[in-house]
Design a protein around this ligand. Sequence first.
Ligand code: ADP
Ligand code: MG
Ligand code: ZN
Length: 477
Amino acid sequence: MTYVPVVGLEVHLQLKTASKIFCGCPTTFGAPPNSQVCPVCLGFPGVLPVLNRQVLALGIRVALALTCRISPRIVFHRKNYFYPDLPKSFQISQYDLPLGNDGFVELAERKIRIRRAHLEEDAGKLIHGEDHSLVDFNRTGVPLLEIVTEPDLASPEEAHLYLKTLKGILEYLEVSDCDMEKGSLRCDTNVSLKAAGSAADSLGTKVEVKNLNSFRAVARALAYEIRRQAQVLDEGGRVAQETRLWDDAAGATQAMRSKEYAHDYRYFPEPDLVPFTVSAEEIESVRRALPELPRAKAQRFVSRYGLSLADSKALTASKGTADYYEACVKGQPAKGKGLANWILGELAREMNERNLESIGQLSFPPESLLELLELIDSGRISGKMAKELFAQCLQSGRRPAELAKEKGLSQVADRSILEEAARAVIQEHSQAAADYRTGKGQALMFLVGQLMRRTQGAASPAVSQEILRELLLEEKR
Ligand code: ADP
Ligand code: MG
Ligand code: ZN
């Protein structure tokens, strides 16, 4: 039987604030365990939470960028459950009135609908030893925004693309470190199968997969689940509604807990946080402050710099690369295409090889790339030499022009370029070439002069003479 996979994603994003969502404790990552806690985030009796305004501002910023409608009324709820990393035995979250709802993220050809984006506080972190477990409460009360899609994703690849696109938007917004390793971006995925050809709005039983530590893990876990569920169905079984854990080393998911009966979290309005309204003006002022987002930037790159859409998308996928490109092209609009080729070619390759997150870590500032292109365009060095020079610049952290000068780099070193120029000279001055071939020796000196002029003095007289003589004699034969 053929099945169609249906996928929905839940992303937890840590909002970048100096202090926690309901108290003044710092949010610094990596501090000694339980050094960033107070009676409020430890849930002592009688304490009162106070909402951090910056959390609200950042949350609205993200929700607007995802084209969500912003709830004018801000209400928090208590989500009650017991777990050792949750000292209050409830999490302050949002329930029926999420901060934002009904948005979308545009992928290449499809819109993925965002069901809701809501604010909540993080729980603590359990550290398991062999015969004991420890708990670190530094993370309790760290602000999170949970971003939930509709079940609109159709494949592991599309889920991966969605996550990359979402992360790109979030990075542009500068609202979070978006670092999965530090837990500032976490992701759970939901997946079900339905028979091919069944109604568009029908849904199979879903499985939730947790413990996904990278976007790659999300895609792998989904591929695994799709195979597993298909097998269950093919064998006449039914998929159990449950939560499963991804084991990256084993490349498989394992059942964690059954979700047959939905948790009863006994949500009720948080009595210690009075509901309030956000004015339309406040929302508008956040909207006005939104930066240009990746999609819009890619379109602008196409029209302003004459790049292909594919190149523009590649350049704008990360804000660092887009900014780098614009810093380069600012004074040199005519070189837009050449700059894009270098950034997406050599620079991207180096970043890949060194496993660098951002182009800024390359120690090759925009001025250096401009210098390098200038060396090539003026004919002083060949493309091949430029690549070598680039590698030397990265190694030494020095600038191309300076290094080229010091090394006496010029096209003399690259014979094929000189030969090409020499052929052009011979063709342009066919009379002098003919003269030389019929024995007029001094015609060669004229051609040497022309070749040196053409290469702006990069070719030495001796080498120029040698190459021209060879070519002229070769053609004579
Ligand atoms: P829960 O109550 O278990 O958290 P939700 O209805 O809130 O479930 O949905 C959580 C996520 O699961 C959303 O991203 C949603 O799009 C996705 N989802 C819901 N139903 C399905 C399904 N049948 N198949 C795949 N994904 C689903
Ligand atoms: Mg949920
Ligand atoms: Zn605190």
